[in-house]
Design a protein around this ligand. Structure first.
Ligand SMILES: Cc1ncc(C[n+]2csc(CCOP(=O)(O)OP(=O)(O)O)c2C)c(N)n1
Ligand SMILES: [Mg+2]
Length: 782
């Protein structure tokens, strides 16, 4: 049976049955986890039965009728049980995992691309981010389509977000909306579950008028699904207009409270306010309490026909916001109650609900129990759902081969930031697969992070061609900002949230659209913090990208404390899914960029963070051997090797390395054999050290083989050698080194806010200059 052959009435009937089933399964999944499954720790398991009920109609309509395989969906986090129920009906989710909902290995509390295996398109959880993710994914879909990087026979998908109304309080949504408008975003549907309730209570009445206008302001179509077919029919009766006006004027809190009270409550309120109208008296007489309640709660977001009509009325690619009026907890005992967000049905309430759903004991997980349509008919309908025509929908794309070495600029003096720009510029000049697959993006710091040369060669991306006006008018500028669909740089406004969500979308292009991209995003290092939740979100989804953050630390000197990043090295260590490096020299950077572009594509890889500097350093005149390259990738190397058994070493990272070199030259005069260790990645060293220790627990007797890079690096030093560590960032990033072999550390770095000054002054003030390092060595020895 396919959608085209089924009669509309029949389809409506089947969808209503499935809606009941989806509501039941979502409520039961949460109930089972909280009340049936043994609880070992006394903690509430939780789950959101009311939030699920709110979206049951919309999601049933979408998944079983409206969506197509090429569409991609971000589901409101707390509607996860509805999503899993639908996947269960499709046969992509198991009963076992539903029974273990919110347990180890079970269906996840919030849909997760990496932890659920039932075809989640976008993870959600931190409200607002999944919504924006659909917008940036739509841009990526167009990016790969316009360049013919994806399968051109595949229809263009709609990127759909199922949005809780309170999610719209998150500012990142509006940051995304503006960016979407600038980039002429298309094929985007945001369905707002307008239940007028958030976590704490009922939302402000006046808010949504404005919200609709905001969408229209940025070119969206707004479709409001307010009243269902029953209410529309009542409004058409004599005095029906009075009823409509009454509901329109009804404050959100009063409406919610009446929903909770039910038929008698409605009767009392309507009698009090509208008894003078004969038509209203007639409506009240014609309805018993139960049917009056059904009438008054017949909002379009719970009216299957109204929902289908709205979705099916759209046949173009203009971004569309559906504001679906719904009831939080619709069909459940706590519908409308302002405290229902994390409310769970009691055992008694569940018993009543189960009875009303017609589910016999023991048949709670049966797919078709309690329904009035034959299982065969329902199964055929589910099997014929267009969305499920191809089964699971995750795509893949081959790895892009990265050359053995990237071009290496040979300047005698350079900053890592300049080096980054030159390496990319050299790649841009090539006609290579690598050059074609790189896509860059930046939140208004393209030029100041040295992406300018790349953009000049590769162009800005846009749906349509646009010349650089300055160029046309022959105004001299180093930047050529021509926009074309072939362009490979996506320029964003200043919003780091947008940057990271854009990178998340680009970094999933192989799995979402079957086209491999190598995304590189640049920003100022301190402003990683502005988008940190979005960065975490991107990593949580296992998106693959490279972030290049300059300038960093107090080395930025005259710019001052507001632009100087202190604790980003700790973010680099602490953020799962993100491998961080901080090279001192350009030849190291070239090795690390090469490694990063490859690592980004490996199954067991991840994203990469390069913390760079604008400080121009004399470059070592050396040709790195493959072994040295491997050390740089592994996280560090001896710049000046210690003598075996040496009692002291300086450990430096990044822009302050020259100070360490000077200090070292002085220190070796007193302590012959002192070493200078240059680190490129405490993150990588730390991770490999922990993993080696874990493995050692398992394989006894192979200690040398399983020594991690940091253990090998520190091995030549004496057992109680002193380490003086120094970086332009928080000292904690390196102070753990002392635990590797029990050697004592004096950690130098920045613990307070930066300030303006020149490098000599600032390094002196923060004790990072060579005198400070020598002093620390003396203290360490003493
Ligand atoms: C960034 C973030 N802050 C806070 C929360 C906690 N939280 C979860 S749901 C929610 C309110 C959701 O209300 P709404 O979006 O209207 O969804 P509903 O349950 O009403 O459908 C909050 C504050 C969160 N998940 N993410
Ligand atoms: Mg809500």
């Amino acid at each position: 049976m396919t959608m085209t052959t089924i009669a509309p009435v029949q389809r409506l009937r089947l969808l209503r049955e499935l809606e009941r089933k989806v509501l039941w399964l979502s409520a039961w999944t949460v109930h089972h986890a909280n009340h049936i499954r043994p609880n070992r720790d006394g903690l509430k398991v939780g789950g959101h039965q009311a939030s699920c009920a709110s979206l049951a109609t919309v999601m049933t309509a979408l998944y079983f009728s409206v969506l197509r395989p090429e569409d991609r969906v971000a589901v409101k986090p707390h509607a996860s049980p509805v999503f899993h129920a639908i996947q269960y009906l499709f046969g992509h989710q198991t009963r076992d995992k539903l029974e273990r909902f919110r347990g180890l290995g079970g269906a996840q509390s919030y849909p997760s691309r990496t932890k659920d295996d039932d075809d989640v398109d976008f993870s959600t959880g931190s409200v607002g981010l999944g919504v924006a993710m659909t917008l940036f994914s739509s841009l990526v879909q167009d990016y790969v389509r316009l360049k013919s990087l994806s399968d051109s026979t595949r229809p263009t998908g709609r990127m759909v977000a199922l949005v809780g109304d309170a999610e719209l309080d998150e500012g990142n949504i509006f940051e995304a909306l503006l960016e979407g408008w600038k980039h002429d975003v298309r094929n985007l549907w945001w369905v707002i579950d307008y239940n007028r309730q958030s976590l704490d209570g009922v939302v402000n009445d006046r808010l949504f008028g404005r919200i609709g206008e905001m969408f229209e302001l940025v070119g969206w179509r707004v479709v409001t699904l307010k009243y269902g077919k029953l209410l529309e029919a009542a409004f058409a009766q004599p005095d029906g207009a009075e009823l409509r006006q009454w509901i329109d004027d009804c404050p959100n809190s009063l409406y919610s409270a009446l929903v909770f009270k039910g038929g008698a409550g409605w009767r009392e309120a309507l009698t009090r306010d509208l008894n003078q109208y004969p038509g209203i008296r007639r409506i009240l007489e014609q309805h018993d309490d139960a049917s009056l309640h059904a009438l008054m709660t017949n909002l379009a977001g719970h009216d299957m026909q109204a929902v289908l009509d709205s979705f099916e009325s759209i046949d173009d690619d203009r971004p569309t916001c559906f504001i679906a009026y719904t009831i939080k907890g619709q069909g459940l005992p706590f519908a409308g109650h302002k405290d229902n967000h994390s409310g769970l049905m009691t055992l008694d309430q569940m018993a009543g609900f189960k009875k009303a759903m017609g589910i016999a004991d023991g048949l709670e997980w049966e797919k078709f129990a309690g329904l009035t349509v034959s299982p065969g008919e329902l199964q055929a309908f589910i099997d014929g759902a267009p969305f499920n025509a191809e089964g699971r929908r995750r795509t893949d794309a081959p790895v892009v081969a990265i050359p053995a070495a990237l071009p290496r600029p040979s300047d005698k003096k350079a900053s890592t930031q300049e080096g980054f720009g030159k390496i990319l510029n050299a790649i841009a000049a090539e006609d290579s697969e690598l050059a074609r697959r790189i896509v860059t993006t930046s939140p208004d710091v393209t030029v100041s992070t040295n992406l300018g040369a790349w953009v000049n060669r590769r162009g800005l991306w846009a749906h349509t061609e646009a010349e650089d006006v300055f160029r046309e008018l022959k105004v001299v500028s180093a930047q050529l900002w021509r926009k074309t669909p072939r362009g490979q740089h996506l320029e964003l406004g200043i919003a780091e949230n947008n940057l990271f969500i854009q990178l998340a979308a680009m970094g999933l292009s192989h799995q979402l659209f079957g086209a491999r991209l190598l995304p590189i995003g640049t920003l100022y290092d301190p402003f990683i913090a502005r988008g940190l939740d979005a960065l975490n979100y991107a990593c949580y989804q296992d998106a693959r990208f490279m972030i290049v953050a300059t300038p960093s630390g107090v080395t930025l000197s005259p710019e001052g404390g507001a632009h100087q990043s202190i604790h980003t090295p700790l973010i680099g260590i602490g953020q799962p899914g993100l491998l961080s490096y901080e090279p001192a020299y350009v030849d190291e950077l070239a090795v690390l960029m090469r490694h990063g572009l490859d690592y980004m594509q490996q199954d067991k890889g991840g994203s990469v963070y390069l913390r760079l500097s604008t400080r121009s350093l004399p470059q070592p005149q050396r040709t790195l051997t493959p072994a040295q390259g491997a050390d740089i990738v592994a996280g560090g190397y001896w710049y000046a090797a210690p003598e075996p058994g040496a009692d002291v070493a300086i450990v430096a990272m990044g822009a302050v390395t020259p100070e360490a070199i000077v200090a070292h030259e002085s220190v070796v005069r007193d302590f012959a054999g002192a070493g200078l260790l240059v680190l490129t990645s405490p993150d990588r060293l730390h991770a490999d050290w922990l993993s080696a220790q874990r493995n050692r627990g398992r394989t006894v007797g192979r200690i040398d083989n399983s020594a991690s890079p940091v253990e090998r690096l520190l091995a030549p030093l004496s057992r109680d050698a002193r380490l003086v560590t120094v970086l332009d960032g928080h000292p904690l990033a390196l102070s753990w080194l002392g635990s590797v072999r029990g050697q004592r550390v004096v950690p130098l770095g920045i613990e307070s806010f930066g300030q303006s000054g020149d490098i000599p002054d600032l390094y002196r003030a923060y004790r990072l200059d060579s005198a400070g390092i020598i002093d620390a060595v003396a203290r360490a020895i003493a």
